[in-house]
Design a protein around this ligand. Structure first.
Ligand SMILES: *[C@@H]1O[C@H](CO)[C@@H](O)[C@H](O)[C@H]1NC(C)=O
Ligand SMILES: *[C@@H]1O[C@H](CO)[C@@H](O)[C@H](O)[C@H]1NC(C)=O
Ligand SMILES: *[C@@H]1O[C@H](CO)[C@@H](O)[C@H](O)[C@H]1NC(C)=O
Ligand SMILES: CC(=O)N[C@H]1CO[C@H](CO)[C@@H](O)[C@@H]1O
Length: 414
């Protein structure tokens, strides 16, 4: 008897518990996740074929151009610099993607250089790599370059380095899946006549949590760093992709001190550049936003935001001051290409953000407009693009990808 009465009661309770769970999940989905899912999976997004755009593109393939996560165009010396690695390394040791296989590191990370106005008979633009005067290996990611010195003959490089963690007391390797990478900023100088980067200093700090990219302030001292995650390691660190998070850290090259300066509105902050207006532009992969920050007496303040409504990658600035943003229009394809980079290429798109003519003086925000520059739905010519730079002088685009075995060069048709 007792059993017979209790069973339906337990059944009711189970049903109620499940109904509550379903309801909570549904509400959470409506409130928090619907917009995120729409953004990330691109429901309803129209991806255009490359034939819709006025560019002629070609791919340049070479082992030195594999896995170039970040590239930087020196408009005056007409050189393109890339922070590249081997794809085996990128798909094994990549703390920003929560990949922590230390033994997959190729220890071949390097800076590649192309002379963009001299394609040469082989079409490789005089491709070569810089040497490093540095004890040990580098595990590169984002970087920035600035001319320094009275004659501006010297170039200073700020490179993110994802070192495998070691016990500071004993030097024994630690498990990166538990403690994460020991990410630092390495400063190097390059003389105009030299092809060797000379190490200047290392910046290590607790506030450099999960650095992805960095940009140096106009003073050549301040550095703004994007942390794409809130923790270095741990089972739940990738929740930022759906729930937002991450932060911005400000470091000083002279003292080596670093502080977290922003967490609000952060949603997997990825690329960061210093605009020609001296402001910092930060792309947030999980919200499809670019936020604009200005240094003030109160520290770094967010002064504007630009919605692009597509998962964003890295940023660059062209000579005219336009911001160039690489985007991921098809994230499932992107993940497949990242898994199998030699055989798959994902759709790519590039946007340009420029100043809007400020007519309505009372609006402090929304001072920018965006245009889609190129898109390659069928992955015919572009790489699985994570960064694009625009050479305004010759109307060319250079596109590279952290998970791509090649680079693409596109020439605008006149
Ligand atoms: C780590 O990388 C090495 C070298 O590429 C590979 O042999 C090994 O299977 C990888 N381990 C895991 C857990 O993926
Ligand atoms: C990280 O690197 C810095 C700079 O070399 C070093 O002082 C520190 O001990 C390292 N920490 C870990 C956990 O590897
Ligand atoms: C976050 O974004 C909102 C909406 O754009 C803005 O009103 C707010 O000021 C931002 N927060 C900070 C700290 O700038
Ligand atoms: C240097 C840099 O910011 N690289 C990022 C570009 O975008 C890809 C895809 O989101 C990231 O994985 C890189 O870390």
């Amino acid at each position: 008897m007792v059993e017979v009465i209790q069973t339906p009661k337990r059944g009711n309770r189970m049903f109620l518990a499940w109904a509550t769970v379903v309801l909570v999940v549904a509400i959470a989905y409506r409130i928090y996740l619907h917009a995120t899912f729409t953004l990330i999976f691109g429901f309803g997004r129209v991806i255009q074929p490359i034939e819709d755009f006025p560019w002629d593109c070609e791919r340049i393939q070479h082992p030195l151009l594999e896995g170039c996560e970040d590239v930087w165009l020196d408009h005056s010396s007409r050189k393109l610099y890339g922070a590249c690695t081997s794809l085996r390394s990128r798909t094994g040791w990549n703390p920003g993607g929560s990949l922590f296989n230390v033994s997959a590191r190729s220890r071949t990370d390097h800076i590649s250089v192309l002379n963009i106005d001299e394609p040469g008979p082989d079409g490789l633009y005089g491709l070569h790599q810089l040497k490093f005067d540095y004890p040990g290996d580098l595990d590169l990611h984002g970087f920035d370059i600035k001319r320094i010195g009275d004659q501006q003959h010297q170039q200073r490089f700020w490179l993110i380095n994802h070192r495998p963690p070691v016990d500071p007391a004993t030097g024994e390797p630690l498990n990166p899946r538990k403690v994460g990478a020991n990410s630092t900023i390495e400063i190097f100088d390059l003389e105009a006549s030299s092809s060797t980067l000379v190490h200047v200093k290392t910046i290590a700090s607790e506030a450099i949590i999960s650095p992805n990219n960095l940009a140096v302030a106009n003073d050549g001292v301040g550095i703004l760093v994007t942390n794409d995650h809130d923790e270095k390691a741990g089972m739940f660190r990738d929740r930022v992709i759906f729930f937002g998070g991450g932060s911005l850290t400000y470091c000083r090259s002279d003292t080596g001190s670093c502080d977290v300066v922003a967490t609000e509105n952060c949603s997997f902050p990825n690329g960061v550049v210093r605009g020609r207006d001296g402001r910092f532009y930060v792309s947030h992969s999980a919200s499809g936003m670019i936020t604009v920050h200005e240094e003030s007496d109160n520290g770094l303040v967010e002064v504007d935001s630009i919605p692009l409504n597509v998962p964003l990658d890295n940023l660059s600035v062209d000579k005219e001051g336009n911001i160039i943003a690489a985007a991921i229009p098809h994230s499932v394809g992107f993940m497949q290409a990242a898994d199998d980079p030699y055989n798959r290429v994902a759709a790519a798109s590039v946007f340009m953000v420029r100043d809007r003519d400020r007519t309505d003086g009372d609006s402090e925000r929304f001072n920018y407009e965006t245009v889609k520059v190129i898109e390659d739905r069928d992955a015919k010519f572009l790489p699985t693009t994570t960064v694009a730079v625009h050479d305004a002088q010759t109307h060319r685009l250079f596109l590279a990808g952290g998970f791509s075995p090649f680079l693409s060069v596109c020439q605008r048709r006149i």
